[in-house]
Write a protein that binds this ligand. Structure first.
Ligand code: AFP
Length: 319
């Protein structure tokens, strides 16, 4: 049997949703090319513009955003796009029942670009709200589909419509996404964690306790040695967790308390929480399920602890 391609797997699903997912996958192929050619085309480096997050935009952040908008806005059922790079929602039409809203982080981990490390794109899709069609502040429970592309040693597109998670690898010669990682499942337990330890002095006691117990190794309370990885791209860290297990932590700490954390809720935490849950993992703030958070603002940030279920349960119990 020949290997399945993305359109074949989506063929028996909701046609409107499938065609939007296919448009997103095409945008990701375009972004993969932008990333690969960035040094040759003079696209490395910053624009000089500070985005709504107060962060310096990289040239490719904007180019990737423009590509998503160009390709996805041709979809007749897409009413609005919410992007990390744009302050307000981009309305494409008067929203109608059954239309979609697309949330994107067009290029996650873009500080990795100049050093040739993995970056990615993250997306989430909901329907427009039934009571207020122009309200894009929808909790993660309303997601119909979510996924990411990772631009690493290969380009992969990982997508979930809620029941399972399927991973496709871009075939460089044909330009097709081929199903290479069917039914991705996060192992329940792990001995690997991911956190930026340079922030240790800001951590609150539950995180301090968890990490110190892991680093105590076999002689400590966990009775086993742990490994640590941090790539500064959530896509790359979550992808590793989907493939071999682990836990990712970007907690609210005493330094980012006023903003609620670092990771953006609508286009980073929600889609990753949706995927992780569909892959048998868990995603929490430490105090509550990420998918239950009612967003108050478009670029809201949140605490994120996600990955192997046993570890997330343990960290939650420390809160
Ligand atoms: P960008 O999308 O602005 O590049 O941010 C990436 C990110 O939000 C997330 O992907 C990483 O896990 C995190 O930042 C890394 O943050 P630190 O640089 O604080 O470790």
């Amino acid at each position: 049997m020949s290997p399945l391609k993305l359109p074949e797997v989506l063929a028996d699903k909701n046609q409107d949703l499938s065609s939007l997912i296919l448009a997103i996958s095409n945008a990701c192929i375009g972004v993969a090319n932008q990333v690969k050619n960035s040094a040759l085309e003079g696209n490395l480096g910053v624009t000089g513009i500070i985005n709504v997050q107060g962060e310096t935009q990289q040239t490719l952040d904007l180019k990737a955003n423009d590509l998503f908008v160009k390709i996805c806005s041709a979809n007749p059922k897409l009413a609005a796009i919410v992007s990390e790079e744009v302050e307000e929602p981009l309305w494409l039409k008067e929203p109608e029942k059954d239309d979609f809203i697309l949330y994107i982080d067009p290029l996650d981990g873009s500080s990795n670009l100049n050093v040739d490390l993995s970056v990615g794109s993250i997306f989430s899709i909901t329907r427009v709200g039934s009571s207020d069609a122009r309200c894009v502040l929808r909790s993660g429970k309303h997601q119909l589909a979510a996924g990411y592309a990772i631009y690493g040693s290969s380009t992969m597109f990982v997508v979930s419509t809620g029941r399972d998670v399927q991973g496709y690898t871009l075939c460089v010669s044909s330009g097709d996404f081929i199903l290479t990682h069917p039914f991705m499942t996060i192992p329940k337990s792990t001995s690997e964690f991911a956190i930026n330890t340079s922030r240790a002095r800001f951590w609150k006691s539950p995180i301090r306790r968890y990490v110190s117990e892991c680093t105590a190794g076999e002689a400590g309370p966990r009775g086993q040695d742990f490994n640590m990885r941090w790539t500064a791209s959530m896509v790359a860290d979550v992808h590793r967790i989907l493939v071999r297990g682990g836990v990712f932590l970007y907690p609210k700490d005493t330094n980012n308390q006023s903003t609620g954390g670092k990771i953006r809720l609508l286009y980073e935490a929600n889609p990753m929480a949706f995927i992780v849950k569909a892959a048998a993992g868990r995603a929490s703030t430490g105090d509550e399920d990420i998918l239950s958070i009612s967003p108050k603002s478009l670029h809201q940030r949140t605490s994120v602890i996600l990955g192997s279920a046993d570890e997330v349960n343990l960290i939650e119990s420390y809160h």
